[in-house]
Design a binder for this molecule. Structure first.
Ligand code: ZN
Ligand code: ZN
Length: 159
């Protein structure tokens, strides 16, 4: 079962970052971790952050091609992997698309509400596994590492 949801507004008053803050927080992270903040990582992060809707890898590649000479798909995938692994972006599995994390929260799960009509995506920071899932995991001796919740429905404007 896929439970899937991404909210830019949150239940915990996480403030929404600006794109500039978003890029700055990745730069800080790289400096701190000794990771390289390559042009492709920076540009892919900026493209995802600027996108109003979740964006797929090929659309990212298209936009990157307007900035860089002839970028190759592996360049985009490597940048996406880096951003995903470090929780700066989330993958919305049901859309096969990516969205910037709505806060500097570094959580391991991705939880989104997706409007079926206008495509708006709201990230909801559940922060910890819902208790029913936690109970079930314990029952099966299963250790959750990452998890995603994607709830499809209608946003307030589209109801
Ligand atoms: Zn997030
Ligand atoms: Zn809507």
């Amino acid at each position: 079962m896929t439970i899937t949801t991404t909210t830019r507004m949150s239940e915990h008053n996480h403030t929404k970052q600006t794109d500039v803050e978003f890029i700055a927080s990745i730069a800080d992270f790289c400096a701190h971790e000794g990771a390289r903040f390559t042009d492709s990582r920076r540009e892919v992060a900026a493209i995802i952050a600027r996108s109003e809707k979740p964006i797929g890898a090929y659309d990212i590649l298209d936009q990157l091609g307007q900035i860089m000479d002839n970028p190759k798909p592996p360049t985009v995938y490597r940048a996406i992997d880096f951003l995903l692994e470090n929780h700066f972006i989330h993958k919305i599995e049901s859309l096969n698309a990516f969205i910037a994390c709505g806060s500097d929260h570094r959580h391991s799960g991705s939880q989104f509400m997706i409007c079926n009509t206008c495509g708006k995506v709201i990230e909801t920071h559940l922060c910890s596994l819902p208790s029913a899932l936690k109970t079930s995991a314990v029952k099966h001796g299963f250790t959750p590492q990452t998890w995603s919740v994607e709830v499809h429905g209608l946003c307030a404007e589209c109801v």
